[in-house]
Design a protein around this ligand. Structure first.
Ligand SMILES: *[C@@H]1O[C@H](CO)[C@@H](O)[C@H](O)[C@H]1NC(C)=O
Ligand SMILES: *[C@@H]1O[C@H](CO)[C@@H](O)[C@H](O)[C@H]1NC(C)=O
Ligand SMILES: *[C@@H]1O[C@H](CO)[C@@H](O)[C@H](O)[C@H]1NC(C)=O
Ligand SMILES: *[C@@H]1O[C@H](CO)[C@@H](O)[C@H](O)[C@H]1NC(C)=O
Ligand SMILES: *[C@@H]1O[C@H](CO)[C@@H](O)[C@H](O)[C@H]1NC(C)=O
Ligand SMILES: *[C@@H]1O[C@H](CO)[C@@H](O)[C@H](O)[C@H]1NC(C)=O
Ligand SMILES: *[C@@H]1O[C@H](CO)[C@@H](O)[C@H](O)[C@H]1NC(C)=O
Ligand SMILES: *[C@@H]1O[C@H](CO)[C@@H](O)[C@H](O)[C@H]1NC(C)=O
Ligand SMILES: *[C@@H]1O[C@H](CO)[C@@H](O)[C@H](O)[C@H]1NC(C)=O
Ligand SMILES: *[C@@H]1O[C@H](CO)[C@@H](O)[C@H](O)[C@H]1NC(C)=O
Ligand SMILES: *[C@@H]1O[C@H](CO)[C@@H](O)[C@H](O)[C@H]1NC(C)=O
Ligand SMILES: *[C@@H]1O[C@H](CO)[C@@H](O)[C@H](O)[C@H]1NC(C)=O
Length: 717
């Protein structure tokens, strides 16, 4: 680096006697600019600065363009070092690491600037109160920096040429500026992006004057109040994106005046009442996301006239009506339909079978009934199908059909098909289907029968959810041979037998080599937890948001926990509670260096807690309560950090966090425990057990895995 600068100084000194093709004031200005930077990956050495990388000049050899995006520039003297480049019209330094702030003087001296792109830097400070009257700015992109403070409407009042203003992903506060498109202000604004800041309060009227406005984004803020009526006067609007705010009230009938509207994203607000009946007059609509609002009434039939519609998301509202009465057949572009968590009734809409572009259908948590028709196979691109928590019937029929659906990656039938038999091996004979299935859920269906052997042919299966059924019989040993399986959830069944040693060979959990391909995203996001602060944190499409897990809790599984368990190095959650395991806790569990949850409570485990468990550094939840463990609790920062209730119900266990010290047997506790023996075997949840789980969860854990405790129902559908 230092060498580069020496070279640079050397060249400039020997060439200073030659004729200059670039203005020397500009040249020294550029030099002083790079001298403020601590890293340079390019080579500004020649005398003619107009030929330097990223520079362009006008006929007078004045520098007009300085374009150095993504050049790894780091430095803090920005922007004062550029103040002498008075003819600059284009400045693009996006995706660097510049810090500093923009004052009024910057815009005064660089008043010819038309394009200013400083996005993705470390700039901070507030925006000037107003721009100089002589400014020429057209595009201003300050997004993804650390700017703060309010943006006064006056900022726009001299910005008569401004067409694009992007301040997204900063920490601006106060109101979204209004009256920004008045005649003397910025009448030509086309793009406005205020998203991902801390703006609050109502959206004041004013946007209606923005007659050229195409894109308005202000999502991920703290906006409240109604959608201002005059927004419907900005008739050129193609996109309105205001997700993750607290807007309420209705979407007005006047929205049909926005005939160019293609994107309407109002995800996560409090919008209520009914959708406008003539909504479907918005014939250019492509993407509609009204998820997580309080909309009521029916989906307007006119929507079925929006032949350009690609995605329709209305999950978690109070919509109702017979969904099969809607004729989806004209929506040939439709790729995603999500109506989860509403009050829709009727059958699976037959007309959907003709929407040949469909990739994702989620109808879960409604009151739908009937059977899946073979016509679903005409949806050749269908990759995600979620039908859970409805009253669909004939799961065997559904599976026999769906197994021929070649493109299917995700099939979630959670909480539907209640009380039927598990689709058996006879039904699924000569299965060559489901060859691309990655996630399968029959959870909470109360299905009877055993874990069927046809599952062993699902070579791409990664997530298997069979919890809360009435499954009997043992865990088949072939489960451990499924090459991609890493999330096995079988709790709350009547599974018997032992923990098969073969399960300890699951390739994905054993070998480093199988850890590839964690980037897969579901076609539709899952909701990962309770909405407390910013709900966006809890929406995830990532397959990897399902942790590596084996959950066998609340079954009748007996025998010893195999020593081979230590091979499952990538395991993050192991839940074996409420079974009949006996023998000792294998020392080898301490090989599971990634373990975050270890729950062995309510079994008959005996012996000591292996001292090697001290080495498990990532444990966030731990429970060995109600076993027959004895001896001192190994001392480690981890184990002592759990509540005493995690160890309770083991009469001969001693040491912190339990109250009884080691070497001083506590008679009272011993007696207590004898009385509790039955409780330990039965499947009751003592209140302190619950409270310890909930407490541990609130203290630092819930952000990651809280959903598994609180929100299973939401998650798997
Ligand atoms: C360089 O620009 C300055 C203004 O910053 C001007 O005064 C000077 O005349 C220019 N030099 C040449 C050689 O054009
Ligand atoms: C800008 O020009 C002035 C006057 O020529 C000079 O004093 C100052 O050092 C220059 N600043 C930079 C950063 O080049
Ligand atoms: C830097 O520029 C000089 C002169 O243009 C050239 O000779 C040299 O090869 C360049 N060095 C690098 C590393 O590009
Ligand atoms: C700035 O440069 C980046 C990278 O080339 C480009 O993507 C971006 O569009 C440019 N900004 C403007 C306003 O042209
Ligand atoms: C604003 O900038 C962000 C990047 O920081 C980009 O993702 C977004 O698309 C831009 N908004 C508009 C309207 O172009
Ligand atoms: C938001 O800005 C931060 C830097 O401040 C950046 O790391 C992040 O990628 C940006 N987010 C988006 C969505 O552009
Ligand atoms: C959001 O706005 C409400 C009032 O509308 C205010 O009470 C609350 O503190 C704000 N929250 C944040 C995080 O700014
Ligand atoms: C919308 O525009 C019409 C016609 O220009 C005007 O009469 C009306 O007042 C405007 N509505 C709002 C809410 O500004
Ligand atoms: C809707 O558009 C019509 C015709 O373009 C116009 O007369 C009417 O004022 C507009 N309504 C609103 C609310 O802007
Ligand atoms: C759909 O559009 C046709 C004309 O294109 C119209 O006749 C029909 O009434 C519309 N349907 C609905 C439900 O709006
Ligand atoms: C469905 O309707 C019932 C009453 O008919 C209501 O209690 C319930 O909250 C509604 N559910 C949803 C998700 O809207
Ligand atoms: C279940 O579905 C299959 C396949 O569609 C069908 O053949 C069978 O008759 C159905 N069974 C019942 C009881 O409806």
């Amino acid at each position: 680096m230092a060498y580069g600068f020496l070279l640079f100084l050397f060249f400039s000194s020997i060439m200073s006697t030659h004729i200059h093709a670039c203005n020397q004031t500009d040249r020294s200005s550029l030099m002083s600019f790079i001298l403020t930077l601590s890293s340079l990956s390019f080579n500004w050495t020649s005398d003619n600065c107009c030929q330097w990388k990223g520079i362009a000049c006008d006929q007078d050899s004045r520098v007009t363009h300085l374009l150095l995006p993504s050049k790894g520039l780091k430095g803090g003297m920005f922007p004062s070092s550029l103040a002498n480049l008075t003819h600059l019209t284009h400045l693009n330094l996006s995706h660097n690491s510049l810090f500093g702030s923009l004052d009024t003087q910057f815009f005064v001296t660089l008043n010819r600037l038309e394009i200013l792109d400083l996005s993705y830097n470390l700039l901070s400070g507030e925006l000037p109160f107003s721009l100089p009257s002589s400014n020429n700015i057209q595009k201003l992109d300050l997004s993804s920096n650390h700017f703060h403070g309010a943006i006064p409407s006056s900022f726009f009042h001299q910005a008569s040429k401004l067409t694009s203003f992007n301040v997204s992903n900063n920490t601006f506060t106060g109101y979204i500026p209004s009256s920004i498109c008045l005649k003397h202000s910025s009448p030509f604004l086309r793009l406005l992006d205020f998203s991902s800041n801390e703006f609050s309060g109502n959206l004041a009227p004013g946007l209606g004057d923005c007659s050229e406005l195409l894109v308005f984004r202000a999502g991920r803020n703290n906006l409240s109040g109604l959608l201002p009526e005059d927004i419907y006067n900005a008739t050129k609007l193609e996109e309105i994106s205001l997700p993750l705010n607290s807007l309420y009230g209705a979407i007005s009938d006047k929205i049909v005046n926005l005939t160019n509207l293609a994107i309407l994203n109002l995800l996560f607000n409090h919008l209520g009442s009914e959708l406008p009946l003539n909504f479907g007059k918005l014939s250019k609509l492509k993407y509609v996301n009204l998820d997580f609002n309080n909309l009521e009434g029916y989906l307007p039939p006119s929507l079925m006239n929006c032949t350009n519609l690609e995605e329709l998301h209305v999950q978690s509202n109070n919509l109702e009506g017979d969904i099969s009465m809607l004729d989806f057949s004209r929506l040939s572009q439709l790729t995603k339909l999500d109506i989860r968590l509403n009050n829709f009734t009727g059958m699976f809409p037959i007309s959907l079978y003709s929407c040949r572009s469909l990739k994702a259908i989620r109808l879960s948590n409604n009151h739908l009934e009937g059977q899946i028709q073979v016509d679903i196979l005409s949806l050749k691109s269908l990759s995600f199908l979620s039908l859970g928590f409805n009253r669909f019937t004939n799961i065997t029929g559904a599976m026999k059909i769906l197994m021929s659906c070649k493109s299917l990656h995700t099939l979630l039938l959670t909480g539907s098909f209640k009380g039927e038999g598990m689709p058996g091996d006879d039904d699924m004979a000569d299965i060559d289907g489901f060859q691309n299935l990655r996630a399968l859920s029959f959870a909470e269906c109360q299905l009877t029968g055993q874990i069927p052997i046809w599952l062993s042919k699902l070579n791409k299966l990664e997530i298997l959810l069979l919890g809360s059924n009435q499954i009997t019989g043992p865990i088949p040993s072939w489960l451990g041979a499924l090459p991609r399986l890493y999330h096995v959830s079988l709790p709350k069944n009547r599974i018997s037998g032992e923990f098969p040693k073969q399960l300890c060979r699951l390739p994905r959990l054993v070998s480093e080599a199988s850890q590839d391909d964690t980037s897969y995203e579901f076609e539709l996001p899952f909701f990962l937890g309770p909405i407390i602060t910013n709900p966006s944190y809890y929406l995830s499409s990532k397959l990897s948001s399902y942790p590596a897990m084996i959950d066998l809790s609340e079954n009748n599984i007996g025998g010893e926990i195999p020593n081979e368990i230590g091979q499952l190095q990538h395991l993050r959650m192991l839940r074996l509670g409420y079974n009949n395991f006996f023998g000792v806790i294998p020392d080898q569990i301490s090989n599971l260096k990634n373990l975050e949850v270890l729950s062995l409570s309510m079994n008959h485990l005996s012996g000591i807690i292996p001292s090697s468990l001290e080495s498990l550094n990532f444990l966030k939840e731990f429970n060995v309560s109600y076993n027959n463990l004895k001896g001192p609790i190994p001392t480690s920062t981890q184990l002592q950090s759990f509540d005493a209730s995690a160890f309770e119900g083991n009469p001969n266990l001693c040491g912190a966090p339990l109250p009884n010290e080691c070497g001083r047997p506590n008679k009272v506790i011993e007696e207590d425990n004898n009385n509790n023996k039955d409780e330990g075997n039965g499947h009751q949840l003592p209140w302190f057990y619950i409270s310890s789980v909930v407490l541990g969860f609130i203290v630092g854990f819930w952000g990651v895995f809280g959903y598994l405790i609180f929100n299973k129902r939401w998650r798997y559908a």
